[in-house]
Design a protein. Structure first.
Length: 724
């Protein structure tokens, strides 16, 4: 009190009250009192204000699209801050540093507590802060996060060394800093040296996912939405739920492997519940989703897995997760994708002595298509040349190290058959390059190889082309051209590393009779033909007992039921071809269709004179009608805009409980509407108002779903003009 009175008399600043933190430590109290009495002589350095240079930093770090008011930067690249002190900063007497903390128990050894010291020169490999300008009480700094630092949300403090100890700024959530992977930094494991690819695989928030079958490839747009409000926090929450140790979050390999497990809910209460049952009570049908945003935000808020997903949904959400954290990623579709159930690197199909498929013995399946992801990263633990694109798959198919996950598997290793490299390379190799072996199961238990199809699996592998919505064929990145010596060598190498067995010989290569069939391009609700062609290559006359089985199948190749069972005999004249047409009526398949309207045909024939079995199988997806989107009137930022969705029911039945979903990144948030009934041949119309927020090319995406009709989509590209 006396000191305060004297201070007022002499015009000095009022002495601050003694903080409780000093307790009963006499030395500290004496030091504090001496500072108070002589505050006009020695004033403690304190932080008054702190400027994060928010807009400049986010633009330089390619994070300006994130709808987040906090600072978001990328590792291995400096960012700017400004500090205002209570008095001029004197580098000869004053000492301060920056502290970053992440997690509950930050430790310097684990990289979760970082003390950023002032340095003369910044280096991307290590943390450092460099003063770029000092003017009185204002100090400008460049801070360098190490190129291998932990990725996540850090708490930030400024610490000052004083005679009374270390003074830190108070906890302020506004100064929290997100640090992400940096594909622009050569020292980062995810460095990508092509700017066009960085724009596509990191910064593009809209994508195209391809599906269907090789003869009828379809596409649908997907809103990845990695920059939407709340999505970054949701992606970090996914890692928290995975209980991935913070010290491992610097490594894109670990994060992508953990992500492949967490995106599905199979064994860890992850993001999405998978369902292939065609029954989606208490959830959303997989085909109804138009993007990842709703799914991730719902998971973050509810803390419960979201229902339901299938492979393209898992891949779309996983792509959002990877791009949001800064790992370059893309969605890949493999047409005629094998599911090697017994890990012998081949698809085994068994037929009985009459040529019919033995479902009890046949456990492997061939998906019409399968979607997974590729993540770009270095693989320093592998030999040189196996970095780059890595296959990662979050669809729960097989167990890997105790969890349903797959990858990262080097695409280069897959191509060359080096299935000994982690992770799950044999499984992905089988998906794209295994042989289909048809064997006849005799009653005595003997299995005789009848035919080896070396070209059916992995017929076409595609992704979205950079900068456009077109399809880019990347089959050659996964496998050598079918039938070449290199392709056979890759298979032999895989078998050597994997199951160590010989390749089954194709006994049909010198067969006297060949058989193939084609399915007429069918539309949902129409009749169509399956045309089977036999070719007799000999001077002998043969007869064949043939069998066609038509099945309603999930796109995974799993059969629901048989809708067509047709037997016929054919006479094969010497050196001639014989064609047989089988009519498929809409009434036979319409009442039993599953959501993707996929039909699978299996044709077998037994040549009576030789007892040889011929076998072929193919899947076809029926053409489905589309939604029509219209935007009449002007399209200007800040002005109301009408979006009209139309759909005409083409079926010979009424549609009930029809859900229509509408999404438009930068235009409107995902919204949906229920139509109780859409009579046959009638048209539903839905008008929705929205307020464009950003100028430029944008996309509207819509889906329609009901029990009788799924996978109905529509989209529209529009150009939003800037406000005058």
């Amino acid at each position: 009190k006396e000191g305060r009175k004297e201070g007022r008399k002499e015009g000095r600043k009022e002495i601050k009250p003694l903080s409780p933190e000093y307790g009963t430590d006499v030395a500290k109290i004496q030091c504090f009192l001496s500072l108070c009495v002589f505050e006009d002589v020695l004033e403690v350095l304190e932080v008054r204000t702190f400027n994060r240079e928010h807009e400049i930093n986010k633009k330089e770090h390619h994070t300006d699209k994130y709808s987040n008011h906090k600072l978001i930067v990328r590792r291995g690249q400096p960012y700017h801050i400004q500090i205002s002190f209570n008095r001029p900063y004197n580098p000869e007497k004053d000492t301060f540093w920056i502290e970053y903390l992440i997690g509950r128990y930050p430790q310097q050894a684990k990289g979760t507590y970082i003390k950023v010291q002032l340095v003369e020169k910044l280096q991307s490999k290590e943390w450092g802060a460099k003063i770029t300008h000092s003017d009185g009480q204002f100090v400008a700094l460049n801070i360098m996060p190490a190129a291998n630092c932990v990725v996540g949300k850090f708490r930030m403090y400024i610490a000052i060394s004083t005679p009374i100890g270390i003074l830190r700024t108070r906890r302020n959530p506004a100064t929290d800093t997100y640090i992400l992977f940096n594909p622009w930094c050569t020292e980062d494991l995810v460095y990508l040296d092509d700017e066009k690819q960085r724009q596509e695989y990191v910064l593009n928030d809209l994508g195209v996912i391809f599906y269907g079958d090789p003869e009828n490839i379809r596409s649908r747009s997907w809103n990845y939405g990695q920059f939407e409000e709340g999505v970054l926090d949701a992606c970090l929450y996914v890692m928290d739920r995975a209980e991935l140790d913070l010290s491992g979050r610097w490594n894109p390999l670990k994060i992508s492997r953990v992500g492949s497990a967490m995106i599905n809910a199979k064994d860890d209460e992850g993001v999405i519940v998978g369902s292939w049952s065609n029954v989606y009570d208490y959830g959303v049908a997989p085909s109804a989703w138009t993007g990842s945003v709703d799914i991730l935000l719902e998971y973050h808020s509810s803390r419960e897995p979201v229902r339901y997903g299938q492979c393209w949904v898992f891949a779309g959400v996983f792509n959002t997760f990877l791009r949001c954290l800064g790992i370059p990623a893309r969605v890949v579709t493999n047409f005629c994708s094998a599911h090697d159930n017994d890990a012998n690197l081949q698809m085994d199909v068994f037929v009985d002595e009459n040529g019919k498929v033995d479902s009890k013995l046949t456990k492997d399946s061939i998906w019409n298509y399968h979607c997974w992801n590729e993540a770009w990263m270095s693989r320093p633990e592998l030999p040189v040349g196996f970095g780059g694109w890595q296959a990662v798959d979050s669809t729960p198919q097989e167990n890997s190290d105790g969890m349903y996950r797959c990858g990262p598997a080097s695409v280069q290793a897959i191509k060359h058959g080096h299935v000994c490299f982690p992770f799950d390379t044999p499984f992905v190799f089988a998906e794209v390059n295994s042989d289909v072996v048809y064997s006849k199961a005799m009653q005595n238990g003997v299995k005789l190889v009848q035919h080896v199809d070396k070209t059916q699996i992995g017929r076409l592998i595609v992704t979205k082309e950079e900068g456009t919505d077109k399809m880019k064929i990347i089959t050659e990145q996964y496998k050598f051209q079918e039938g070449t010596e290199e392709e056979r060598l890759a298979l032999e190498t895989a078998l050597m590393y994997g199951v160590k067995k010989s390749i089954p010989q194709d006994v049909t290569s010198t067969l006297e009779v060949n058989m193939d069939f084609v399915v007429e391009d069918p539309t949902l609700g129409s009749d169509f033909n399956v045309t089977i062609t036999f070719q007799n290559n000999t001077q002998s006359r043969y007869t064949a007992t043939s069998y066609l089985s038509g099945n309603i199948v999930f796109y995974t190749g799993v059969s629901k039921n048989e809708f067509k069972n047709h037997s016929f005999n054919v006479t094969l004249e010497p050196m001639k071809a014989q064609t047989v047409e089988v009519l498929i009526k809409s009434s036979e398949y319409m009442s039993q269709l599953l959501e993707q309207a996929s039909l699978h045909f299996f044709v077998t024939a037994r040549v009576n004179e030789t007892q040889k079995i011929l076998a072929q199988q193919k899947s076809v997806a029926l053409k489905i009608p589309q939604l029509l989107l219209k935007v009449p009137g002007e399209k200007v930022v800040g002005k109301d805009m009408a979006v009209i969705v139309e759909f005409t029911n083409p079926l010979k039945e009424d549609l009930n409980n029809v859900w229509v979903r509408l999404d438009g990144p930068g235009l409107l948030k995902p919204t949906s509407k229920l139509f109780r009934e859409v009579p046959r041949n009638s048209t539903l119309t839905w008008e929705e108002k929205c307020l464009p927020k950003r100028a430029g090319l944008r996309k509207l995406i819509a889906s329609l779903n009901c029990d009788a009709l799924r996978h109905v989509y529509g989209e529209l590209d529009i150009n939003i003009q800037s406000a005058v």
